[in-house]
Design a protein around this ligand. Structure first.
Ligand code: DP6
Length: 352
């Protein structure tokens, strides 16, 4: 039993991680269908913990009945997002109309750190709803449970589809990846070299402010973008190259793909109509310092970016000491209030 059940009422808690894309999802059609394949490392320390308390509604109504608490305080700003999520998922989990919910959620990373919480937040909520479904249908297999949790999470936020399992998750159809789907993320089933199962990611918090352009709007701007089709082809080709690298552990080629993907993502933003730039001067300063350090030290360090100014510094475990010394000495000065988070590849969400 996945829920602490008392009849039809109960409570369930999941901790779900954030993820960092290696091949980027940028561009989608309705309903949350990606224009290209993406793959991410599941993270470990950056996560959302969500508890959903549920009980049957006292009176029949069509409205969704829920309260949402963020860091113990009732939060109105998340209401609209959750209402929209409930509207999208109700055809697949119709029981949500018959219950009232109290949702308590919080992140392990600092509030408004600029780290996308939608992946960990939406996957944690989707998993809680799936646990409620499982309490009604105990025969649901683990594979079906995870697949449907990812399917529901995707409807909340595309990248959330990749936050159920680990260490590497693919979302979006790709001819070389068995069972890859546009509808849900799947644990990468190809061979994975040991070096990638302990990869490190230090997130440098360059700018913690509210983003000027949301990811949702950025995705929309890919429709009709002059370089969209070549970008989608590029992602497909990069995925082909990455499949071989994930197997042979060849880090120079890994670095080439990772940084190319990050810069292509931002190049799409800079060539949208309207165009925009999410990188900040310190983002570029960090990138240049990483390139210099890589050349001098021979460490297999590289960067990637999500839709913001923060820099994810990726490196293998063998280079941990040297890279962390370098971060302390040279990169922390470019972080807002000196803030950064050490994280590493993780194995997915946990039922608490
Ligand atoms: C740049 O998943 O945040 O991080 O589906 O509109 O919620 P929505 O977008 P979102 O987009 C993430 C974009 C990205 C790349 C990635 O994670 O693949």
């Amino acid at each position: 039993m996945n829920t602490k059940d008392t009849g039809a009422s109960g409570s369930v808690t999941w901790q779900s991680p954030s993820n960092i894309a290696l091949i980027k999802y940028w561009g989608k059609t309705d309903p949350q269908i990606p224009k290209n394949v993406s793959i991410s490392f599941t993270l470990s320390n950056c996560n959302t913990q969500t508890t959903v308390k549920y009980r049957p509604k006292s009176s029949i109504s069509e409205d969704f009945d829920f309260k949402i608490f963020f860091d113990q305080k009732e939060n109105q700003s998340f209401r609209r997002k959750i209402e929209q999520f409930f509207e999208r998922v109700v055809p697949y989990i119709p029981f949500i109309r018959n219950y009232e919910f109290e949702i308590h959620t919080g992140n392990s990373f600092p509030h408004s750190s600029g780290i996308a919480s939608s992946a960990s937040g939406m996957s944690a909520l989707a998993l809680c709803l799936m646990s409620i479904q499982k309490s009604m249908d105990p025969h649901l297999s683990e594979i079906d449970f995870n697949q449907k949790a990812s399917f529901l999470a995707r409807l909340g936020s595309g990248s959330a589809a990749r936050s159920i399992e680990g260490p590497l998750v693919v979302w979006g159809q790709h001819h070389s990846i068995f069972k890859s789907s546009n509808l849900y993320g799947t644990k990468y089933s190809g061979e994975i070299h040991d070096v990638f199962t302990s990869f490190q990611d230090t997130i440098l918090l360059v700018d913690k402010g509210e983003k000027k352009v949301s990811s949702t709007l950025g995705h929309k701007l890919m429709l009709g973008h002059p370089f969209a089709e070549s970008r989608f082809e590029q992602a497909k080709d990069n995925m082909n190259r990455l499949i071989a690298i994930l197997k042979n552990g060849e880090l120079d080629s890994f670095i080439d793909i990772i940084e190319r993907e990050a810069l292509s993502l931002h190049a799409m933003m800079m060539t949208s109509d309207p165009y925009f730039i999410l990188m900040k001067p310190n983002t570029l300063e960090i990138i240049n310092r990483i390139w210099n350090f890589r050349e001098l030290s021979g460490c297999h360090i590289c960067f990637t970016l999500d839709a913001g100014a923060n820099v994810h510094v990726l490196y293998p475990d063998k280079d941990k000491k040297a890279v962390r010394d370098f971060i302390d000495k040279e990169l922390v000065q470019f972080c807002q209030n000196g803030q950064f988070i050490h994280d590493n590849v993780g194995n997915g969400a946990k039922l608490l």
